[in-house]
Design a protein. Structure first.
Ligand code: SF4
Length: 306
């Protein structure tokens, strides 16, 4: 009987169902839909100065300690990081290597460790954090396409979730990410993220200590879908439990083959979605639509978020 249970445990461990794609394959032998084996691959490690102000800060010598993982389970047609998410770029890192990289970022003055697209390497990341736990906050920076149980398993590891809420309808989620279940899956996961981190909290210098930031990128021709996404988020998770980051930086260069995405978002579209967010009661960040660097404008609500 014991032997039988051990075998069952091995099957469970090898069959990957970390994310809602639920490939249920052995990633030691085959690549999942995320494009990755079990071995952690990292495309870039850097101090990142262009995340939200409470993540990147304003000191030009510091920034968010970003670790960009290779691969992605979602594969949006307009992805700005296609080389990293699906292009096979990156070097293999053991959990010890990642632990050392996090320590180096901390020594360089990073405000936090920002794990970008981490879901498919959740196990290796947890192992790395068991080896070395930085004294700065750990940020899980995700597409929002997460299983609630995977998020729950990050309790004690994640201080901050920087998550997307991309779509409000199955139609748009299916068209651009082949994930018709995205709206429901994402709000369920975000609710769990709030359970893990609690409400937003800040250090005395306004840098984020704990909580959830929800990013929403306005897409061309999709303002009504954006409205539905924000309404679903407000109804399911509650405006007061998250900080909203409303983004305008959609770049048509990355979706050249898709006619309706071959332009930038207009001011009318962005302002329409911003007004919906304000009406629903969200607080957070807006983005300068004209900025080539996609800089953030702190606090579109005109309120202090502390
Ligand atoms: S993490 Fe990768 S292999 Fe695992 S279920 Fe998701 S897409 Fe499939």
């Amino acid at each position: 009987m014991r032997q039988f249970l051990n075998n069952m445990a091995n099957i469970e461990m090898k069959s990957c169902s970390l994310c809602p794609r639920e490939c249920r394959i052995d990633r030691t032998k085959k690549l999942g839909l995320c494009g990755e084996s079990n071995d952690m691959r990292i495309a870039k490690i850097m101090l990142h100065r262009f995340e939200e102000p409470c993540i990147s800060g304003t000191d030009p010598k510091r920034g968010s300690g970003a670790v960009f993982f290779s691969g992605c389970p979602l594969h949006c047609v307009y992805c700005q990081n296609k080389d990293i998410s699906g292009g096979g770029v990156g070097k293999l890192y053991s959990p010890t290597d990642l632990a050392n990289a996090m320590r180096e970022l901390e020594e360089q003055g990073a405000y936090n460790i920002n794990l970008v697209t981490p879901t498919h390497f959740t196990n290796g990341i947890k192992e790395a954090l068991d080896i070395y736990r930085p004294r700065i906050p750990i940020v899980f920076n995700t597409s929002g396409y997460e299983k609630a149980e995977t998020v729950r398993g990050l309790s004690g590891y994640a201080d901050i979730f920087l998550t997307d809420m991309k779509y409000g309808t199955a139609e748009t989620a299916s068209k651009y990410s082949k994930a018709p279940d995205y709206p429901h899956v994402a709000v369920t996961a975000i609710k769990e993220m709030v359970n893990v981190t609690g409400s937003p909290r800040f250090f005395s210098d306004n840098m984020m200590k704990k909580g959830v930031i929800v990013r929403h990128l306005v897409l061309p021709g999709c303002r009504r879908d954006s409205e539905k996404a924000l309404r679903l988020l407000a109804d399911t998770v509650g405006c007061e439990n998250v900080i909203l980051s409303l983004m305008s930086q959609f770049t048509p260069d990355f979706a050249k083959d898709i006619k309706e995405l071959s332009r930038r978002v207009t001011s009318f579209e962005y302002n329409y979605v911003r007004d919906c967010a304000l009406e629903l009661g969200f607080s957070g960040f807006g983005q300068d639509r004209q900025s080539a660097k996609a800089d953030y404008t702190p606090d579109f609500h005109g309120k202090d978020n502390n």
